[in-house]
Design a protein around this ligand. Structure first.
Ligand code: UDP
Length: 240
């Protein structure tokens, strides 16, 4: 596999073409942003840590039958993935009220939700990723009704698997955001990453935050929290 030109540089990852037209190379950088890029930071080894966490999770998801872009880890910060066209949605699942959901509905952070709540946001930085419902998604040609059903089912299945994985690592999965893409053959697969950047993870016993909220809310100990998540997942699910 040969790494070719940079295709796209996002807030924390860069995407490269490869000499295989069906495969991309994702590079995890040390950058950390919040508030749609308004707040910027970084810490050493973040790219390495998130690449490891995400690969370990994607492997487990594949093992459980969730279709993902994962092919193989290439280096500490690089992973080879299946090429897919991003579907412009941020798919959020919430098990416990927190963040924008708690604020929107006047709930105390930490209120347990009686069922997992799936929300769609239109992935558009210029519009600040607004909330969107099924009809809006179909009307704006973001995805079809059938594609939405596939996404919904895969997202809920992902939630069930992640909840169990993090539970074994001593963490409560409060909420998370995932993204989906479409391959040239029309298959919908899970893409992007799953890491403390896009999940809320609270210590089971103390509710201590072990995710990007430590950065968003200036709580300190960001790197230590990410490393602890990696160490505990690795102890349960192998080295990467
Ligand atoms: N999230 C994300 N990227 C975003 C927005 C949210 O990864 O652009 C994740 C966030 O880390 C949390 C979940 O999605 O795990 C729900 O976030 P929420 O809507 O509560 O937004 P926030 O409070 O982060 O603004």
């Amino acid at each position: 596999m040969k790494k070719l030109e940079l295709l796209y540089s996002g807030k924390a990852k860069s995407v490269y073409k490869t000499d295989n037209i069906d495969q991309y190379l994702l590079e995890f950088r040390d950058d950390l942003t919040a508030g749609n890029g308004a707040k910027k930071g970084s810490f050493q080894q973040k790219g390495v840590i998130n690449n490891k966490i995400s690969n370990l999770i994607f492997k487990e998801l594949e093992r459980s039958g969730v279709k993902t872009h994962f092919i193989q880890k290439i280096s500490d910060t690089e992973v080879l993935v299946r090429k897919a066209k991003l579907i412009d949605l941020e798919v959020v699942i919430r098990n416990v009220a927190a963040g924008s959901f708690a604020k929107r509905y006047g709930l105390e952070e930490g209120s347990i939700l009686p069922l997992p709540i799936l929300e769609f946001f239109y992935k558009n930085d210029n519009l600040d990723d607004p909330f969107i419902n099924d009809d809006g998604i179909i009307a704006l040609n973001i995805a079809t009704k059938e594609e939405l059903e596939i996404i919904r089912t895969a997202a809920h299945k992902t939630n069930e698997i992640l909840k169990k994985m993090f539970d074994l690592a001593g963490l409560n999965l409060i909420d998370f955001k995932i993204e989906f893409g479409k391959t040239d053959s029309g298959e919908i697969i899970l893409i992007d990453e799953i890491s403390p950047d896009c999940c809320r993870l609270w210590e089971k016993d103390t509710n201590e935050k072990m995710d990007k909220d430590r950065f968003r809310r200036d709580l300190g100990g960001v790197a230590l929290a990410y490393l602890a998540v990696l160490d505990r997942l690795s102890a349960q699910f192998g080295k990467e």
